[in-house]
Design a protein around this ligand. Sequence first.
Ligand SMILES: NC(=O)c1ccc[n+]([C@@H]2O[C@H](COP(=O)([O-])OP(=O)(O)OC[C@H]3O[C@@H](n4cnc5c(N)ncnc54)[C@H](OP(=O)(O)O)[C@@H]3O)[C@@H](O)[C@H]2O)c1
Length: 250
Amino acid sequence: MSIPDPRTVARLSVVGPGRVGRAAALAFTAAGYAVSGPSGRGEPVAEADAVLLCVPDREIGAVAAALRGRGALLGHTSGATPLAGSGVDFGLHPLRSFAGAEGADAFAGVGCAVAGVSPQALRTAEELARAVGGTPFEVADDQRAGYHAAASIASNFLVTLEAAAERVAAASGLPADFRAHLAPLVRGTVENWAAHGPRAALTGPIARGDEETVHRQREAVAARAPELLALFDELSDRTRALVRSEETPA
Ligand SMILES: NC(=O)c1ccc[n+]([C@@H]2O[C@H](COP(=O)([O-])OP(=O)(O)OC[C@H]3O[C@@H](n4cnc5c(N)ncnc54)[C@H](OP(=O)(O)O)[C@@H]3O)[C@@H](O)[C@H]2O)c1
């Protein structure tokens, strides 16, 4: 059995009493850290070994500048903000969405993008991620924009697609609560994709090569939700390419 490294952080200050900051304070307290905060605008930030900034991305630079030189390692929780130029020493981005009511287990089983300006700072980010049950993976500054784009495609654009599906259903006269019938379909598909990859998870007329059915679907979209036709065509093409591809993404 491996013996975990001793912690390098005992006292942690959390700044920003928003969705992430509140959950982080609960999670790190439950993990045994001496947590101060989350402190809001104009409130003092307690002396600590590390300070975790859970403030909006646009505020990170100013908050980091105000806390610099106090001896604590500074970290942010932003997915989009590179370390270079941000004024912080490490990044710890939980790859999940926080709505505001999360509890102490908010980071359990969650992938956490970590980065550090030094090996010590990176080690601190990894230590903090693991302490709250997260799984750290390193994302360097030059990978960050692509990493964040992938996360947005996977999560944000999925919601956009479901909104488009609801729009076509409503325009076709299906009941207002049709979302309840789409949801199990979406959940099952996401589970199949997660377990088996995109090629194996793909079903439906394009996967079967049934272009007649695809044509009828396209006519329905053109007639009932024409503003979605370009999206339908682009996604149909991407789906045909997926069917043709020999390999699934690694
Ligand atoms: N929400 C998510 O799903 C999610 C997921 C992963 C990572 N993140 C990242 O986590 C960070 C925080 O996001 P969030 O969603 O928790 O934002 P949020 O809910 O808007 O909370 C931000 C908090 O920071 C406070 N704040 C702003 N400026 C401050 C300052 N100068 N000093 C102290 N507190 C200040 C805000 O207070 P006011 O109300 O007074 O402005 C607010 O309480 C961001 O970098 C975000 O990209 C968010």
